[in-house]
Design a binder for this molecule. Structure first.
Ligand SMILES: *Cc1c(COP(=O)(O)O)cnc(C)c1O
Length: 392
């Protein structure tokens, strides 16, 4: 069993090779006009992305972390109030909360790898002001349940959609469900710029205006600073690149979904019984010869930014896949509360399911560079590696 070129985790060089003439054509007018800041591509991208998400406004910013931070700031939550975030995410989610003068409270995740609504409910106190739901790996968080929890208690619901461009739940795109959606266009995301960029989406015109002011030194025109803001802008070259790539996003998403379905079909067939496992058993450590796939939510369209499975002896499995030329990643090697950055956090020593899973998570190759043949090869290699390691 060989696959000549191996399977890269992600291949942006190949994507850019295919799009080269479109990208060059889009960037040329920006360069010749020198309208690098607030050029026409920025406003046009905002319009096109808002349309894509099917919400009224998109406010472009410098990166996804700023999108979260500015979005939270625009909500004017009481300083020092508590914001619930999942314990399994990229640190930007919790960083944005702390940087906005708010307190991070971690809740656990379930077999969708997104917030477990029961854990969120447990963490709500009289000091809670908001919940940040992360559509981790591209899987929409359980928004209708979370919306119910938040509405009953007057909490704001913010979406961290940095990994989920184009995902939807019951036909509603992420970024159009909560009060505020935050997107990242970091190059490796499903929709990526050629540098840093981000965006806030909202259907609330007042919040949109506040976000716009905060991101641009608190001004609307040139020197009418109505508040102290900051500088966080998407530049015109990134907007021009994103406008080109947005036109391809849906076809890239179908490649990602096709790859995921080959992974799911192949792995479920090779490890029967894993798919029907009850949550209690599913959440236990993987035994040799086992694998855990996330629960598929039938009402949702997953954006498959990442395809993450849990395996026993993860590091050895990754090395063995590497020998087949298959690149893998880990998202994330440490649950947020267990990072050194949270050494002084009150939940430091609490047990989180995702803390126990951290040593088992492995992300398989995923992106628009995938083909059915490459996906099938990954399945066969992984099945062989897991069977081999079970015998040891
Ligand atoms: C990438 C990412 C961010 C931050 O985006 P940047 O553009 O890198 O600042 C925030 N949250 C999650 C879940 C992410 O994956």
């Amino acid at each position: 069993m060989t696959y000549q070129d191996g399977v890269p985790f992600l291949d942006l060089r190949e994507q850019h090779r295919l799009l080269r003439s479109e990208l060059m054509e889009a960037m040329e007018p920006v360069i010749s006009s020198a309208a690098f800041i607030r050029g026409s591509d920025v406003a046009q991208f905002e319009h096109e992305f808002a349309q894509y998400i099917d919400t009224s406004t998109c406010v472009s910013v410098g990166n996804g972390t700023d999108a979260l931070e500015i979005g939270l700031e625009s909500l004017d939550l009481p300083l020092g109030s508590e914001v619930i975030v999942p314990a399994n995410s990229f640190i930007a989610t919790s960083e944005a909360v702390t940087r906005s003068g708010l307190r991070v409270v971690f809740a656990d995740v379930d077999d969708t790898y997104t917030l477990d609504p029961a854990s969120v409910e447990e963490k709500i106190t009289s000091r809670t002001s908001a919940v940040v739901a992360v559509h981790l790996y591209g899987q929409p968080a359980q928004m209708s349940t979370l919306q119910g929890l938040c509405q009953n208690r007057g909490l704001q619901l913010v979406e961290d959609a940095a990994q989920a461009h184009g995902a939807d739940s019951k036909g509603v795109r992420v970024g159009a469900i909560g009060t505020i959606g935050a997107f990242s266009f970091f190059p490796g995301k499903n929709l990526g710029a050629m540098g840093d960029a981000g965006a806030i989406t909202t259907a609330d015109p007042d919040l949109a205006e506040r976000c716009r002011r905060i991101a641009n030194h608190g001004r609307w025109g040139k020197f009418d600073h109505s508040l102290e803001g900051r500088n966080s802008r998407m530049d015109s070259l990134q907007a021009a690149v994103l406008r080109v790539k947005l036109r391809h996003l849906d076809s890239w998403l179908s490649v990602r979904r096709e790859t995921a379905s080959i992974y799911r079909r192949g792995l479920n067939a090779a490890f029967p019984g894993m798919a029907q496992m009850a949550f209690e058993e599913w959440s236990q450590p993987c035994r040799p010869g086992e694998i855990r796939l996330s629960r598929e939510v039938l009402d949702d369209n997953h954006a498959y930014h990442l395809f993450v499975v849990r395996v026993p002896r993860r590091d050895a499995v990754r090395r063995a896949l590497g020998e087949f030329g298959i690149e893998t990643g880990i998202h994330y090697p440490t649950a947020l509360p267990h990072l050194a950055a949270y050494a002084g956090h009150p939940q430091r020593s609490d047990a989180f399911r995702c803390g126990a899973w951290a040593d088992e998570l492995v992300s398989l190759p995923m992106g628009d560079h995938m083909t059915p043949e490459r996906a099938q090869f990954v399945v066969e290699a992984l099945v062989e590696v897991l069977r081999r390691s079970a015998l040891r």
